[in-house]
Design a protein around this ligand. Structure first.
Ligand SMILES: C[S@@+](CC[C@H](N)C(=O)[O-])C[C@H]1O[C@@H](n2cnc3c(N)ncnc32)[C@H](O)[C@@H]1O
Length: 275
């Protein structure tokens, strides 16, 4: 049976309040109605705080302390952006360039979970227009991000690593798009079993096991597993930030750091000296 899209939670409204949008109430109501299903909650009437998009994402508060307060001068890529809340937040916090990509895989699970047909990109577009934002949206698979022919200082990779068939490939693709010293803020699905939490094993979830009607959650990761994957993908380190349990769902958030050219050269020298 299909779920009814829930009302936005107080938790998600608190996240939405970080991004001020000042639409007049009439325009805000129209904007909300233009999009058949919202993933992100946006506060459209910042002063009154009573017109929110009805986002289905439940509670992203745990992400907020890991997001920089200041993006001044940075170029930012949001991978798997959906409605783009984090892309717009980065722009609001001073990013000089913001690109959001999504292959719109969500259309399939939104259809099977809620019975709602989306064209793709309509939430992002509505908010971009309302904000007068310069953030760019591309319908693009993350594995083809090199087609952007651009490198970034900061990449958001939220809610997607557990949804791709080749997670190591995605980490490599993002690494190749980073400027020297750049970083990826990574949030993904974790594991609850104590023996898996301590090991580098990757848990394979069954079809619909994590969210009924959503067949696109494949993997659960542990910090040690991400450490190993990060090393394979050419990152300097994976710095774990938190492993919260949100509504019974284990989440994991941390930063993948690309080696600066000098650190990479030092490592290469050390490697050739001793081998
Ligand atoms: C659960 S949503 C997360 C949205 C947002 N990043 C967040 O965490 O708030 C996962 C998003 O990743 C997108 N996605 C999944 N696989 C992708 C791929 N291979 N390339 C680009 N986007 C992808 C989905 O279409 C969806 O928008």
């Amino acid at each position: 049976m299909r779920e009814k899209p829930p009302r936005p939670t107080a938790a998600e409204r608190a996240v939405a309040d970080l991004l001020p949008i000042n639409a007049d109430p009439e325009a805000a109501r129209k904007l909300i109605g233009r999009v058949p299903l919202w993933f992100h909650t946006f506060n459209l009437d910042h002063s009154a705080k009573d017109l929110y998009t009805p986002g289905v994402a439940r509670d992203h508060r745990y992400r907020i302390p890991a997001i920089p307060e200041d993006f001044s001068g940075l170029s930012v890529l949001d991978v798997g952006a959906f409605d783009g809340f984090y892309a717009f937040l980065a722009e609001h916090r001073g990013a000089r360039r913001v690109v959001a990509i999504d292959n719109e895989q969500y259309r399939a699970w939104v259809r099977s979970r809620w019975g709602v047909e989306l064209e793709g990109g309509e939430g992002f577009d509505a908010i971009r227009q309302q904000l007068g934002s310069r953030a760019e949206y591309r319908r693009l698979d993350a594995f083809e991000m090199e087609r952007l022919e651009e490198r970034f200082d900061f990449v958001f990779c939220f809610g997607i690593l557990h949804r791709v068939e080749n997670p190591l490939g995605l980490l490599r693709a993002m690494r190749a798009c980073l400027n020297e010293g750049g970083r990826v803020l990574l949030e993904t699905y974790g594991v609850t079993e104590p023996e898996l939490k301590e090991s580098s094993a990757i848990r394979v979830y069954g079809r619909g096991e994590v969210y009924a009607g959503d067949d696109y959650v494949f993997w659960g990761f542990s910090p040690a597993g991400l450490d190993e994957l990060a090393a394979h993908a050419g990152y300097e380190s994976f710095e774990l930030f938190d492993t919260p349990l949100i509504d019974g769902h284990p989440r994991l958030i941390g930063t993948l750091v690309a080696a600066s050219a000098s650190a990479a050269a030092r490592r290469a020298r050390g490697f050739s000296d001793s081998h």
